[in-house]
Design a binder for this molecule. Structure first.
Ligand SMILES: NC(=O)c1ccc[n+]([C@@H]2O[C@H](COP(=O)([O-])OP(=O)(O)OC[C@H]3O[C@@H](n4cnc5c(N)ncnc54)[C@H](O)[C@@H]3O)[C@@H](O)[C@H]2O)c1
Ligand SMILES: O=C(O)C(=O)C[C@@H](O)[C@H](O)[C@H](O)COP(=O)(O)O
Ligand SMILES: [Zn+2]
Length: 365
């Protein structure tokens, strides 16, 4: 097992990474204050792992809360089901909410923990690659609004993150690829040597090679922990974790939540960010193409949806959380391995990026 730390003063917490951690009560016990635990999961993950985790937490009174599965359910109605269950079972302020599932469960359970009786303890047990490398770390919690992704939520840090890498064995291939989009993101924004490592190890990762996966998770969590430790509430460098997300969130919202997976939308959005960085003269074509090829090798879509026009993108991007005083800030690349958050671009270059022929760009690779 490896342990990383998210360094946030009195709100610091460990990230445990290893095989079989779901069965180790001694890892969770120090992070649970009371006798009550609510395990929030969904209809897909619960049959796979809920009984095992409940057994591990056998010393506590365990309340299972099983939600419908999917991004389309990351909303008020589903959140309310968590409060219904907690109140019906008389959970008090010393309860601990444990999120068992992917990023949708983690974001909703975390938001419920932030709100229930004005805040109760919270533990992340992520079971998708995406949630293990990204969403379980850093304390962004929340739900979607029909007009925009993650528009209602709170910064609320967990007490611990427990990553059992063997849970990835049951993950569908498409979901594994979605997680790789966020892994590649770290290489692009802050770790160029990691990009080369990913190019060398992409096939091993997609074949679920345990050593390769553990290394990718460790390196991703270390990168995220460093960024979050430096800027917990996104007043600066944390926004670089949004590479590809302004375009990607527009795709998710426009297409209907769940039609494009978050990681898939981020992949196509990252291609758009690479394209715009090239049009600004910050990266050259070989660098843009290298990024696109890596996303493609991860099994991800690299062409935005054909039905989305530049006007569609502009409409959705206008509600992005990085809009300040009516001006949209974008995460772009100065070079591979170095991201910037900037509003220093011309409307013409943004429009040209939105209107670019991505099928032709991919065809010439
Ligand atoms: N809070 C953050 O910092 C942050 C970061 C990145 C993404 N997100 C959010 O995370 C969400 C995406 O997370 P996700 O990609 O994990 O999607 P997800 O939570 O929808 O999980 C993907 C699918 O895999 C299933 N699943 C989960 N674990 C499984 C397992 N071990 N075996 C088999 N099936 C399993 C789920 O039931 C679901 O059907 C989005 O809502 C996104 O906005 C949040
Ligand atoms: O942790 C962060 O900060 C991120 O931006 C990570 C992203 O991968 C993630 O999708 C996050 O939920 C996006 O946040 P948002 O503030 O743009 O909704
Ligand atoms: Zn993301």
């Amino acid at each position: 097992m490896q342990t990383l730390k998210v360094d946030l003063g009195e709100r610091s917490y460990p990230i445990y990474i290893g095989e079989g951690l779901l069965d180790q009560p001694e890892l969770l016990a120090p992070h649970i204050a009371g006798r009550q635990v609510a395990i929030v999961s969904n209809e897909t993950v619960a049959p796979l792992y809920l009984e095992r985790l409940s057994k591990t937490l056998g010393a506590y009174s365990v309340l299972p809360v099983v939600l419908p599965d999917g991004e389309a359910h990351k909303n008020w109605e589903t959140l309310q089901l968590i409060f219904d269950a907690l109140l019906t079972a008389r959970h008090d302020r010393r309860t601990t909410v444990v999120a068992l599932g992917g990023g949708v469960i983690g974001d909703m359970a975390g938001f419920a923990a932030a709100c229930y009786q004005r805040g109760v303890d919270f533990i992340q047990v992520p079971t998708t690659l995406l949630s293990q490398v990204d969403s379980s770390v850093g304390g962004k919690t929340g739900i979607n609004h029909p007009l925009g992704k993650n528009m209602v939520g709170a910064f609320y840090q967990p007490n611990a993150v427990l990553i059992d890498t063997t849970s990835l064995k049951t993950l569908p291939e498409r979901e594994l690829s979605a997680g790789l989009a966020e892994v590649i993101k770290y290489g692009l924004i802050c770790d160029k040597p990691f990009l080369a490592w990913l190019e060398d190890n992409m096939q091993a990762l997609r074949a679920l090679d345990s050593a390769a996966l553990t290394e990718a998770i460790r390196r991703s969590c270390a990168a995220k922990a460093a960024v979050v430790g430096a800027d917990e509430r996104e007043s600066g460098v944390r926004a670089t974790l949004n590479l590809g997300h302004t375009f990607g969130h527009a795709i998710e919202t426009h297409m209907g939540y769940g039609v494009w997976l978050h990681g898939e939308a981020v992949a196509a959005g990252t291609v758009m960010a690479l394209e715009m960085s090239m049009r600004l003269g910050w990266i050259d074509q070989p660098a843009r193409d290298r990024g696109i090829r890596l996303l493609q090798d991860a099994g991800l879509p690299v062409v935005p949806p054909q039905e989305m026009t530049p006007a569609h993108f502009m409409e959705h991007m206008a509600v992005d959380k990085k809009v300040l005083d009516g001006r949209l800030r974008l995460v772009l690349l100065r070079q591979l391995g170095e991201a910037v958050v900037t509003d220093d671009y011309s409307t013409e270059i943004l429009q040209a990026t939105l209107a670019a022929d991505y099928r032709a760009i991919v065809a010439q690779l």
